[in-house]
Design a protein around this ligand. Structure first.
Ligand code: AMP
Length: 249
């Protein structure tokens, strides 16, 4: 079974993001970039499926700038077999990414496509769902457990009320939640080996997809700074302040 994993290059989760002075976006100059954490979980799940003998090949794909090859090499070091970069320097909407991924799905014909539930830069949480709609594949989103058996995959989903298990016919799309697994670190020998694994570079044009955006970002602002809290000496004082200062009770 071939597994396709979509990974995104994002600002590292430890970095405190800064907004550009002209409010046109987030400042990416000299900022550490990494693989989106939910995509790391997606790669890990694919590698575990290969270790169990369920998956035979893992292909990782990203749509983004040439520098995103770094994250593809990381995925290759973690256990993916080959990588595809669909190179685009544009700012991409989820729909543009989903269209490019659909073209890669058509080309590669994977039985399972694993994505993160969301990218931590824009928190969209929509690419997997859009890809499912475009490809007509079944979807199991927010997965905390994935079990493939025969031509079906059982996906346990984290939902508000608890856990829901759905049975999907393959080919299918799964998006990963936090508790699905704990990603491994790449070992130094595997990082070295990853340098020799195949990495194909394509363009949206070559795939016959338009990545032009229908959205325009008007303004990006940092959240308003929070004012400092105060300590009260008694419950009575708290109630008095809630009543007369905050006027919430
Ligand atoms: P989002 O819908 O943007 O929150 O992203 C959800 C998931 O879609 C990510 O965790 C990735 O698996 C995938 N994805 C989003 N953007 C890209 C991209 N540019 N290239 C590859 N995969 C992506």
């Amino acid at each position: 079974m071939k597994v396709l994993v979509a990974v995104k290059r994002v600002v590292d989760y430890n970095v405190k993001v800064r907004v550009k002075a002209d409010n046109s976006g987030v400042d990416l100059a000299n900022v550490k970039m990494s693989m989106n954490p939910f995509c790391e979980i997606a790669v890990e799940e694919a590698v575990r499926l290969k270790e169990k003998g369920v998956a035979t090949e893992i292909v990782v794909v990203t749509i983004g700038p040439a520098t995103a090859q770094e994250q593809l090499r990381t995925a290759l070091a973690l256990g993916a077999d080959r990588a595809i970069l669909v190179e685009s320097a544009e700012e991409l909407t989820s729909l543009a990414v989903a269209k490019a991924l659909k073209a890669v799905v058509d080309k590669e014909q994977p039985q399972l496509v694993i994505l993160g539930k969301q990218a931590i830069d824009s928190d969209n949480n929509q690419t997997g769902q859009m890809l499912a709609a475009l490809s007509g594949y079944a979807q199991g989103t927010f997965a905390s457990k994935v079990e493939v058996s025969g031509d079906k995959v059982a996906v346990t989903r984290e939902i508000d009320g608890g856990l829901q298990t759905v049975s999907l016919n393959l080919p299918a799309i799964v998006t990963t939640d936090l508790r699905l697994n704990e990603p491994r670190y790449a070992s130094l020998p595997n990082i070295m080996k990853a340098k020799k694994k195949p990495l194909e570079v394509l363009t949206p044009d070559a795939l016959g997809v338009s990545t032009s955006s229908t959205n325009k970002t008007l303004k990006v602002e940092a959240p308003a700074a929070r004012s400092a809290g105060i300590k009260v000496k008694s419950v009575a004082e708290l109630v008095e302040k809630l009543k007369n200062e905050a006027k919430v009770i």
